[in-house]
Write a protein of this length. Sequence first.
Length: 196
Amino acid sequence: MKKTLLSLGVAAFGISLLTAFSLPQTKPVQSAKPTPPAYTRAQIEKGQYLINIMGCADCHAPKKFTAQGPVPDPALGLSGHPAQMPLGTINKDALKEWVLFNGMNTAAVGPWGVSYSANLTPHATGIGNWTEQQFIIALTEGKSKGIRTARPLLPPMPWPNYVNMKREDLVAMFAYLKSCKPIDNNVPQPITPDKL
């Protein structure tokens, strides 16, 4: 009896080994995450040209102060208003007749409240998680984070100037920005006028 059970056990083990090695191997199921489009060198170079001539660094690049005045800090790229930089004192009387900018030109104050220039680098705190379509919506429809149900982009962002840009130019700009060095900088949220 013991011999019969032992023989059956060995036979069952052998069959299970044969079955395991003879079944077709299946690959693990991978998530259906869309892969970002690959951009060409020509698109990236065109995007860099457009970003430069459009003056994006005027507001989106933190500055270093030199004898000639503030200049974009290359180490901080287009990372927007520095998260840890205090806003400073706002002269509310001046706001009756003026729009004010901080010394780096990364924060602006006006009738809309306070707006901060966004991080345009491909870090998660910038446009790292954005799709090409979100970028196009942000620039041509003036919607925060390129989400149609989000708040409007605030001044001084000149998005109405970009409404009629060619899609290929917008894609080139996005391609360039996605190729930049990612910089961790979580820009503060805007401040509404009632909170000034």
